[in-house]
Design a protein around this ligand. Sequence first.
Ligand SMILES: [Zn+2]
Length: 352
Amino acid sequence: MMSSNLFQALTLDGFLAVTLTYGEQHIESDWIPLPQGGRFRWLDNGVLLAEPHDQPEKTLSLVISSGIHGNETAPIEIVDELVRKLLGGDIKLAVPVLLIMGNVLAMQVQQRFVNENMNRLFNGKHAGKTHYEAHRARQLEDYVKTFFRAYDAPIKRHYDLHTAIRRSHHEKFAIYPYPDGRPWNLEEINHLECCGVNAILLGHQPSSTFSYFSSHACAAYGFTVELGQVKPFGQNDMERFRAVREQLASWLSGDNIRRSPKLPKVPVYSVEKELIRRSEDFVFYVDDAVPNFTRFPVGTCLMKDAEGSYVVQHEDEAIVFPNKNVPVGQRVGLIVRPVDAASVFGTLSSNH
Ligand SMILES: [Zn+2]
């Protein structure tokens, strides 16, 4: 693949258009200079690596991924815009960054996935599977691992950007994956608040998501960031994503001023219970259209299964990601409860 042809297409049509054109083809390029210094290259279709000209003080290395679900267009358009700003010289790159559009085949048909939900395939869950999403998840793991190894910085951060199928009582929320025994990092939560995130959900166990992979396998601060509701390409009101767009652009420009961590102003939730479909004769009483973080009166029966039922226990319980259309053994929803931030994050000094 001629780098000059690719570069011309990128300049004329943008990262999204080029990515859609090449589909599952592997493309690679030589280093190409950026107008404000630094350089970039394709590692694969939908995967751009960019590095600054010089980085006197290593502070941050950043992965921004989008399109792990192919119909989640706003995050893809946010990554497309960042590439345009880098190429147009609007951003002078100060930190190494890996920019990803994940599930290209699903993006082409504007579907969530073509074979299998890609965010259930990380952390080795792709093993033994030969379809596109499994193959792509394995490759993305390799690119991210290699990136964080090559650009080792005090802060390794990965934002995996999503939009949700349904409405949410908290329009934008982030999932902070299970930290494997490391302390929750308040500064990182404060950064999420700067991105306009209205709620934080603390992960309670290892999972198969991309953000948990970065956290677990690369010791990065990885987050699944849900930015609102899914819309078709071109129909997103980008104003609604202004805070996160500006924050990401400012990190690329090297603005990573450290502030003393503060207890979050937004609500923080922890997982109370995972509702699992255990059998074929299973009844789920929660409508799929119910917004995330919906509460039900105490005593409401949410599901019935061969092994029993689930009845709401506390008035502050809420449901997240309800989805009854899953095979036996998979999750139909999460029951979450708000936690007292001070008790979870402890004394602030321990987070420095
Ligand atoms: Zn998603």
